[in-house]
Design a protein around this ligand. Structure first.
Ligand code: MSP
Length: 502
């Protein structure tokens, strides 16, 4: 059995979650569920990033103590993950005691490894990004992401000797020891090494809301050092170490392109300084824009993930968010496209197919599997090969592509074979056609499990109420049983008018 450790970014709690956060969390959940189904020992981590100036300011603006403010907003993330059926093994908060102790230990270790030195810093700081910016990065004097002028900061800091580790990190990325996908993002990182990269400050003198440096308690840890450490403190690094030996290194870190540099340079450097193995793979997701514009409160175009769950349900929301554009690319979402796609892919797609096949089985075979054998096994095996390959490469959109193909194939097969005509003439081929159709919906049900677990369960139970107890290979290989009585299938994707009425 292999282990699989997957993480999402930990989300800032300065505000409630939006669909960008939901997107990376759902993607990680799909991969975690796939690996669990395959029988791997999975640890799936998500959580919230709660320290630093940005959160401190947001709490102040809300008139709350930082911890109280964090409690309220962190709860909004975990509530949303519940509603979206996210199956994390642990939800870490950087204000957790275990994490704080772990970070203290890490800072001590970095100091002992001579990776830290003292110095003065003067530079431009963007609180939105929680990082120092160079003059060159500004556009019209503003941070290009937050459209705000950065603050000039001058303070005494502890610095991390990043330069010392850069040649080794460059080599590891070049050798694909640290994999970065998509390729364009990998090239972007390789390009960074050609520029002048400076050491980074690991402490802040004037930010109270943070973890104190053990060796200089009047400084707090720079929020990124605090945040990146979550990937190991969650496993007990620096405290009880319970899960660390089993799960480290991370197999996949999912993150957005805006935070790639922290994960591709800073994080490997910290791990090298700690003498730990490096994360194996960084999977970079793209950004949503809504109707061509950045999602922002002031533009009033923020799509509320709760609203999507209210209208479409958890499974459909998961599917709709992931299928807007190819995984790893940026993409624009039209607020109206969700309903159109729900109808075409789900209500008229999977939902209608399953419904149709089961209704015909009821009608022509009294709800029992007809006596026949699948004649499409080779085709099914080919789909699975492509599906596994896609999942192994975190090519979520390609796995979804296989699912769509199976669905379309099954629809086309039924339209072509016309079971209703075969029934009229008592044609013996009817049994074979329905056996094949049932096999196809069952296989489709297994394939959609990581994406739409509730729907998959409804389909799986038609054939076997304990289907989830079986390992994936067994499920794929086991044929449906002739003569078996099929269970009922709860409605899958009600048409939107009906859904709205509920
Ligand atoms: N707290 C840091 C991450 C620390 S990880 C050790 C942070 N948090 S964040 O809440 O601002 O953003 C987290 C992630 O949300 C982004 O990297 C990205 O994956 C996702 N998204 C935020 N806005 C997004 C879109 N508009 N579209 C898609 N995803 C985006 O950065």
């Amino acid at each position: 059995m292999s282990k699989f450790y997957i993480t999402t970014p930990i989300y800032y709690v300065n505000d409630k979650p939006h669909i960008g956060h939901a997107y990376s969390t759902i993607a990680a959940d799909v991969l975690a569920r796939y690996h669990r189904l395959k029988g791997d020992q999975v640890f799936f981590l998500t959580g919230t990033d709660e320290h630093g100036k940005k959160i401190q300011n947001a709490a102040e603006a809300a008139g709350l103590e930082p911890k109280e403010f964090c409690d309220q907003n962190a709860a909004k993330f975990s509530l949303l993950w519940d509603r979206l059926d996210i199956s994390q093994d642990h939800f870490i908060r950087t204000t957790d005691d275990q994490h704080k102790r772990g970070v203290g230990h890490i800072l001590d270790q970095l100091k002992a490894a001579n990776a830290i030195y003292e110095g003065d810093y003067e530079g431009l700081y963007c609180v939105g990004c929680e990082r120092f910016l160079t003059e060159k990065e500004l556009v019209d004097g503003l941070c290009p992401d937050h459209k705000k002028a950065p603050e000039m900061i001058k303070e005494h800091n502890y610095f991390f000797n990043l330069k010392k580790y850069l040649p080794e990190i460059a080599r590891l990325i070049d050798d694909n020891k640290i994999k970065i996908i998509p390729e364009a993002r990998r090239n972007e990182v390789l390009g960074l090494f050609k520029q002048d990269i400076s050491d980074f400050s690991i402490s802040r003198e004037n930010v109270q809301w943070g973890i104190p440096l053990p060796f200089a308690p009047d400084h707090t840890a720079y929020v990124w050092v605090d945040a990146l450490s979550n990937y190991i403190t969650a496993l007990g690094y620096g405290t009880d170490n319970k899960l660390f030996d089993t799960f480290w290194p991370a197999d996949v870190h999912i993150l957005g392109k805006d935070i790639l540099k922290f994960h591709a340079l800073f994080w490997p450097a910290i791990l090298l300084a700690l003498g730990q193995e490096l994360s194996r793979k960084i999977v970079v997701t793209g950004f949503f824009t809504v109707d061509g514009q950045k999602m922002s409160k002031s533009l009033g175009n923020v799509i509320d993930p709760h609203g999507l769950v209210d209208t479409f349900g958890a499974d459909a929301t998961r599917y709709l968010l992931l299928s807007q554009f190819p995984f790893g690319h940026d993409g624009d979402v039209k607020a109206t496209s969700f309903a159109v796609q729900y109808t075409s892919d789900l209500a008229n797609g999977v939902g209608n197919l399953v419904n149709r096949v089961l209704a015909m089985t009821d009608k022509y075979f009294a709800g029992q599997v007809p006596v026949a054998a699948s004649t499409q096994q080779d085709q099914i095996n080919t789909w699975w090969e492509r599906y596994h390959q896609a999942m192994a490469n975190q090519a979520i959109d390609q796995a979804l592509g296989v699912i769509k193909e199976v669905n379309a194939f099954a629809d086309g097969y039924i339209d072509q074979e016309k079971p209703w005509s075969l029934a009229k003439t008592n044609d013996p081929k009817l049994a074979e056609v329905l056996f094949n159709s049932l096999t196809l919906i069952r296989q489709l049900g297994i394939m959609i499990y990581p994406f739409m677990p509730e729907t998959a369960d409804k389909i799986g139970r038609v054939f076997d109420s304990e289907w989830q107890d079986h390992a994936l290979e067994q499920l794929i290989q086991a044929p449906i049983v002739a003569d078996a009585k099929l269970g009922q299938c709860d409605p899958l994707f009600p048409r939107l008018v009906e859904a709205a009425k509920e």
